[in-house]
Design a protein. Structure first.
Length: 193
């Protein structure tokens, strides 16, 4: 069992080393989208289903509070409303629940940040379609083998793929990348650059 634990740590570290080689420019690009959005008085909307919902929640909490520097609250919200989802499911609109909610709260110029540790499920894809229709910029945290989200992104959107398709390693990679992203956003908003 000791070796199992050690091997898991080693796989995690190897994944993060590959991320460190491949993701810095993408994280910087994502930070530009968020900073521009916030400076324009728009909001960041985060979405994740299943375990990825935890990462979406962490992102919003970082933006609402602070990571390192004391600062005002950044405009961010989590695309989650269980009672709304229940109503959509009862009306056979379950796949559209996030898209409908996005329709109600999103404005052109907002940024949608999507977290998917596997191939994107239909509700996420429908939300992406609605975001595109409404003129939102998109930042997508994905796995290495995601095709569905990639096919929907515009050239000025940002995809941040974890360098693995192992769900646990993807979740870890997303958490680290978004922590770095939030630090950079904070620095850019406060100090510029």
């Amino acid at each position: 069992m000791y070796n199992t634990v050690l091997e898991s740590y080693q796989r995690s570290v190897q994944t993060q080393m590959r991320a460190a080689e491949n993701l810095p420019e993408l994280i910087l690009n994502a930070s530009e989208l968020i900073v521009d959005c916030l400076k324009d008085g728009r909001k960041v909307i985060a979405l994740g289903l299943g375990l990825s919902a935890c990462n979406a929640n962490v992102l919003v909490n970082h933006l609402l509070t602070h990571v390192k520097l004391p600062r005002p609250i950044f405009n961010a919200t989590l695309l989650e409303n269980s009672s709304f989802q229940t109503i959509c499911n009862l009306q056979n609109q379950g796949d559209k629940s996030y898209a409908c909610y996005l329709e109600a709260i999103a404005l052109s110029g907002d940024v949608l940040v999507v977290f998917c540790e596997k191939q994107a499920p239909k509700p996420v894809l429908k939300a992406l379609d609605r975001a595109i229709e409404k003129g939102l910029k998109i930042i997508a945290f994905t796995s290495s083998d995601d095709d569905l989200i990639s096919s929907k992104l515009a050239p000025d959107d940002v995809k941040i793929p974890a360098p693995t398709n192992n769900s646990l390693r993807v979740l870890e990679s997303h958490l680290i990348a978004q922590n770095i992203l939030c630090e950079i956003v904070e620095q850019r908003v406060i100090f510029g650059g």
